[in-house]
Write a protein that binds this ligand. Sequence first.
Ligand code: ZN
Length: 208
Amino acid sequence: MLTGEEATDELQQQEAKLEPQAVPAPTWAVGGARKDYLHWDDYFMSVAFLSAMRSKDPSTQVGACIVNPDKRIVGIGYNGFPAGCSDERLPWARAAPNELDTKYPYVCHAEMNAILNKNAADVRGCTIYVALFPCADCAKLIIQSGIAHVVYVSDKYRDAPAFVASRRMLDLAGVRCRRHVSARRRVTIDFGAADAATAEEAGTDGTL
Ligand SMILES: [Zn+2]
């Protein structure tokens, strides 16, 4: 027979055995991930804006970035003249007595170039990120190529006929359009940061 005290001890030992094993503390610092990383929408829109910087158009630089449902970039483009058509041989003017002396008959918009430059079999179900709401011609390309979503920053030409027609067609075709509203005003690319990071964070063996 166990005394009352011995019985209590045995019970406590059994309870101790039943307690879940403590999870060993991690050997690495947790919770150290950066908080100010780019979110997906900001990231893809930034790629569109970066592409726009390639444009030679002196008045309007527009870029586009197409992303598939797996968040992979499958197309990038910016506005420019068709391949092989020299910038020295065609006009960039917005107005001239003769329309043939303006850029309009010649320029390919960013959306067209992004769709045609795709590195996937097709862009069905994809999202296109673009600074400006697409014009009617680009809306037709977007719809016919199967792009499902348009994300834009500015709709400043919304009352112009080409953009009213664009919205009408995109609505009818069921292409969802939404304005990108970011918590960021700007994204800065600082090439000097690479050297700074190396000096600050490199270990003694030179690894980051
Ligand atoms: Zn367009």
